[in-house]
Design a binder for this molecule. Sequence first.
Ligand SMILES: Cc1cc2nc3c(=O)[nH]c(=O)nc-3n(C[C@H](O)[C@H](O)[C@H](O)COP(=O)(O)OP(=O)(O)OC[C@H]3O[C@@H](n4cnc5c(N)ncnc54)[C@H](O)[C@@H]3O)c2cc1C
Length: 380
Amino acid sequence: MPLIESEEHKALREAVASFANNHPHTPGTDNKQFWQDAAKLGYIGVNLPEAYGGGGGGITELSLVLEEMGAAGNPLLMMIVSPAICGTVISRFGTEAQKRQWLPALADGSRLMAFGITEPDAGSNSHRITTTARRDPDSGDWILTGRKVFVSGVDIADATLIVGRTADARTGKLKPCLFIVPRDAEGFQRRPIDMELNAVEKQFELVLDDVRLPADALVGDEDAGLLQLFAGLNPERIMTAAFAIGMGRHALTRAIAYARERTVWNAPIGAHQAIAHPLAQAHIDLELARLMMQKAAHLYDAGDDIGAGEAANMAKYAAAEACVKAVDQAVHTLGGNGLTREYGLGALITAARVSRIAPVSREMILNYVSHQTLGLPKSY
Ligand SMILES: Cc1cc2nc3c(=O)[nH]c(=O)nc-3n(C[C@H](O)[C@H](O)[C@H](O)COP(=O)(O)OP(=O)(O)OC[C@H]3O[C@@H](n4cnc5c(N)ncnc54)[C@H](O)[C@@H]3O)c2cc1C
């Protein structure tokens, strides 16, 4: 893996940064036009196969796009879900018909797909999910029953990729399976959750009350559930790292500009090491997190799902911690202005925490590294 970014990647970074900076965005307001313009330029589907209207790149390029949008203060949260998870899973495991139906539309921005795995009674323990799919023996249809929580963007997505389980015919054990559930499917109910987040992408509690789906709603092989699931979850972690690094960079840029100008004694506040050093540390932490994100993306794009799993977890952890610290320090640098709406940094305190919790919490990553990497025993 080259440690220096290629000329092509540098050019993509510059183009996205310039595009995003020319589309100033007020958090919490509709960003549909921005999404569609970005899609037209090939940014949203940059990771999807060329044969289906995508850019033929990988998660390396997609994460670069999201990071730059975030750094410009205009991150598209649904990129973590629609092209990164759903697009990847359909590209890798979908049928020819599913690929034709979804990939060109996900790439050109005309359709969006959400992703639902979290359940109220399972939370971080996704082995406990109980959304169940059974087959109608007469029609061959799938019938889905269950509940999901905190699923982002269900109202703006044309469909949601739902993680359910089917009973193994031999053992009776439940195995994870992925289903495309159209937004208006009968029995698919959604209720927005009142979040303390100033974002246009809302989170929803979902009820699947005997949702009947055609046989071809199943994505991939009924028996290869976990493998297929992880094919989507590693990109999700890498993209969350990009989201966090972009947000951290955005906050830091604002704080640095302020610290250069704001003078309350004889010199700008940025001359005081108590202000300058934490900003420098935040910058270093973001750069280090980006290196791990690039490693994870490189491994994933090279087809090393297992190596990418560990790196994606570590990148998500490092990026979230760096983001939370960068935002906290940025707010502090602005003094009272850090909490005014005009400067727009206060709301990032909550937003930054999202990357520490979702899609997998800080503690679950520390558990993963303790057990998988260090070989330490489990407490749970
Ligand atoms: C803004 C936002 C958007 C989201 N979008 C989506 C989405 O689009 N789709 C989707 O499916 N989900 C989504 N989620 C859900 C998210 O993935 C979950 O919130 C996350 O996985 C944590 O699950 P939980 O909230 O049930 O917390 P819990 O599992 O209840 O955990 C609570 C706390 O306990 C800790 N904990 C739990 N188990 C252990 C353990 N064994 N050891 C140590 N500590 C432990 C956790 O780290 C955490 O701090 C979103 C969440 C948010 C906040």
